[in-house]
Design a protein around this ligand. Sequence first.
Ligand code: PFF
Length: 456
Amino acid sequence: MSEKRTSIHGQWTSRTVFILAATGSAVGLGNIWKFPYITGENGGGTFVLVYLLCIAFIGLPIMMAEIMLGRRGKQSPINTMIALAKDEHRNPNWKWLGWMGVIAGFLILSYYSVIAGWATSYIFRTGGGMFVGVTADGANRIFTDLVSDPERLLAWHTIFMVMTMIIVSRGVKNGLEKAVTLLMPLLFGLLVLLVIYATTTGYFMDGIRFLFTPGTIDGKGILIAMGHAFFTLSLGMGAIMVYGSYLSEDYSIAQAAIWIALADTVVALLAGMAIFPIVFANGLEPGAGPGLIFQTLPIAFGHMEGGTLVGVLFFTLLLFAAWTSAISLIEPAVAYLVENRGVSRIHAAVWVGAATWTMGLGTVFSFNIWQDKTISIPFLFENLTFFDTLDYLTANIMLPLGGLFIAIFAAWVMREESAKEELATYPKMYSVWRFLVRYITPVAVIVVFLKAVGAI
Ligand code: PFF
């Protein structure tokens, strides 16, 4: 057994706090903004089914592996991988897995912040009564006005990045605990309210049918569904690993992982059930793209009793959900700088934040002045904007690749005694995990990759 380590960054005060923080990381724009629009773009039912299967057979085992590696290594993902590779007498090059995660987190946050900026601006738009009695065309115009103005997008992106840097520099635990305990249940409650509203549109069953009736899907669609399972659970880049490093020894990892995955999935499905009935009731296009929730939910707020208040609350909660995810996107890099460069958290957060902000300019411009500039990568994708390219590369390539290597490390590289020490609280569950993470998960990820590029 390796010597007992302690994290220099502190420890969660209880298992509940860990679950809340990890759920805060998992539940974010991915559930409420991204899940509905990619489901719409990829035809509904089958996409949702593949996504759910990926959560169960790929996401859950990898989440347990990530928490386990983090808790054993007790450092930023890069240093954790170095330490664990050393414990197991393996090649120190496993550190590159940590590096890939840091880069993925940086790229994701650069666009995540711009979208979170949209949500922030919608708090004020809704509060100002802009959507009262709005039509589908009106909501569409208001959205287009926003994204076609780089200056406004830049301002909101800046505000969101500064907010994230402030929280990160104060340490992940301070404030997060309270924010998540209070706000997560509220967000959940509001989503339920929106689903209830959706039942009054007369198109509820159309929405449900769209979400749950299987149809067809191609290799690319399967890759996007799998990529989203990683994205929505915050897996494959060290975010959950770094949170695991603040977790003490005596908690069951399996139970925590199940709770997190369940909460995350329920939120995404509720968002879908709220949005698609509104889409169909207003003759909107399910495949409208990244603007989908911003073009549909305001219609609901504009027509329901007390909609202005509900709308303001909703976008505020969405902002908080985005915030608690953004923190975890940047934490692996910040923890690494603190460990290796001996800088304070504030310095580390400012440096990483400034770099991420700069990268975010590309996403700001992809919705206006660079709208027509596209990128193609043979076998992978054609004509995507800068924003779409970042999203595709991170969610569909980097995170699954990171997850694949995490599974390989946990199941094939680490000695079985080491994994058992961390996970064997429930022997039956442990055996299932071991089987999945050794055989099913890695093979599934590889098969999906090969299918997407047309190799099988
Ligand atoms: N899981 C977050 C969401 O669904 O919005 C996004 C995210 C956070 C992805 C942290 C990856 C990550 F490491």
